[in-house]
Design a protein around this ligand. Structure first.
Ligand code: AMP
Ligand code: GLY
Length: 422
């Protein structure tokens, strides 16, 4: 089978690698892909926002399946366009993708389905925001649009809240869009993906990601600086999916907008139980880079099954017991900005350690050199029988890779290691 993977990041590189491990030996095409993906898939320069171009590519190549990586084309209706053309695809329709595209819609669905989540209020002015907060700190201020994970501020006090409200509502850092004030949820975060076939939600394995730029969860939010899987002490995945994902899948089916694809719940494990921070309608980045390397069954078979109503078996996937850790290497200036064109060395040496080197924001220069081309540049994933072994291997490989301005967190999965030893 020929499979087209849409996207250009580390997540898509992990998806392509997992598909390449399929015993079905699919022929892989990526749009637009990246220099790392190009080692396993034929890359075609069609951007993820170019729905006409992607549709034409899928048709011309006569692909058997399109796997849609990022949220933007899903929210824009790529799945609907492919459905009209009769092309099988993994990823929800625009109607179902509103779970990620609109916070108001997601909150309404959660209320209707009885899924626990924080209280929130939309605000239109700085004064209105401060009134909604009403002196309750810490509080959470969110830009209600796609902001690559950077539109969230956890404000410890009024000056911080005021500054965030001014930035979003008056300076319009992220452009036009609603701003919401949300109750702060205290606890540990957990990401859990479920593969959905319109009727059933089947759990993958839990992961934890690191959103802040600096060690110790300091500094601003990023798209994600690292992740590990599994997560010791996490509630049972079947129970979580039964309480969180399945009610949403049931509700969307009843409403005539069934969800096919991966439903990703970002959860806070609070003292009162798990609460949803957000839903995403695609694989998480960088969690995918630790979840898929642990998958032992055939990803392609699962993704194809999910395209058919009720096509999945409850035991559709088999994961290994090994732990996985991924460390993100970011470019200078990230997350406020990013730096392109810095030459990257040590990629082959790092790969020779057995680590999986995933490209996220790289480019190949005319002279063949691989250079930085974005905020998050590379993800270095390693497996091991426990968190310490996986972590040591990931850092050993990451430290072989060099480029000017390189940033990485040193504490990815440290928490998991400490838990195993105490
Ligand atoms: P989001 O983009 O909504 O996933 O938010 C990004 C990050 O901000 C989350 O992963 C959390 O670390 C934090 N966050 C978002 N909402 C809340 C909340 N209600 N309470 C505490 N932390 C939150
Ligand atoms: N890991 C966060 C995200 O993919 O949105």
């Amino acid at each position: 089978m020929k499979v087209l993977v849409v996207g250009a990041g580390g997540r898509e590189h992990a998806i392509v690698n997992a598909l390449a491990r399929s015993p079905q030996r699919p022929e892989l095409v990526a749009a637009p892909g990246n220099p790392g993906i190009a080692a396993v898939a034929r890359c075609v320069p069609v951007g993820v926002e170019d729905l006409d171009g992607l549709l034409a590519l899928a048709r011309d190549e006569e692909v058997g399946l399109v796997v849609i990586g990022p949220e933007a084309p899903l929210v824009a209706g790529l799945a609907d366009r492919l459905a009209e053309a009769g092309i099988a695809h993994f990823g929800p329709t625009a109607a179902a993708a509103r779970l990620e595209g609109s916070k108001a819609f997601a909150k309404e669905v959660m209320a209707s389905a009885g899924v626990p989540t924080a209280q929130w209020e939309e605000v239109a002015s700085v004064a209105g925001g401060l009134a909604a907060i009403d002196g309750r700190y810490p509080t959470v201020i969110k830009f209600d649009g796609l902001a690559a994970g950077k539109g969230v501020v956890v404000a410890p006090d009024e000056p911080a809240a005021r500054a965030a409200l001014v930035e979003m509502l008056e300076e319009r850092r992220f452009g036009e869009g609603a701003v919401v004030v949300e109750d702060f949820l205290d606890g540990e975060e957990l990401s859990l993906f479920a593969i959905c076939d319109g009727e059933r939600a089947v759990p993958m394995v839990p992961a934890q990601d690191y959103k802040r730029i600096f060690d110790g969860d300091e500094g601003p939010n990023t798209g994600g600086m690292g992740a590990y899987s599994p997560v010791a002490g996490a509630p049972d995945s079947d129970a979580l999916v039964a309480a969180i994902h399945q009610p949403v899948v049931d509700l969307l089916r009843e409403r005539g907008t069934p969800f096919h694809g991966v439903l990703y719940a970002g959860l806070m494990l609070t003292a009162e139980g798990p609460q949803v921070i957000e839903f995403n309608v695609r694989f998480g980045d960088p969690e995918t880079q630790v979840v898929l390397p642990r998958l032992r069954s055939d990803l392609l078979e699962t993704l194809v099954a999910a395209t058919r109503p009720g096509g999945l078996e409850s035991n559709a996937m088999d994961f290994g017991a090994d732990w996985a850790v991924t460390v993100v290497l970011a470019s200078g200036g990230y997350p406020a900005s990013s730096h392109s064109g810095d030459v990257i060395t040590g990629l082959e040496e790092a790969a020779a350690t057995g680590a999986e080197i995933l490209h996220a924001g790289t480019a190949r220069r005319d002279d063949g050199a691989i250079v930085t081309a974005g905020g998050r540049v590379l993800n270095v994933t390693a497996l091991g029988p426990g968190p310490a072994a996986a972590r040591d291997r990931a850092y050993a490989a990451a430290d072989l890779i060099k480029f000017d301005g390189r940033q990485l967190r040193r504490d990815i999965a440290q928490r998991a290691v400490e838990r195993m030893t105490t």
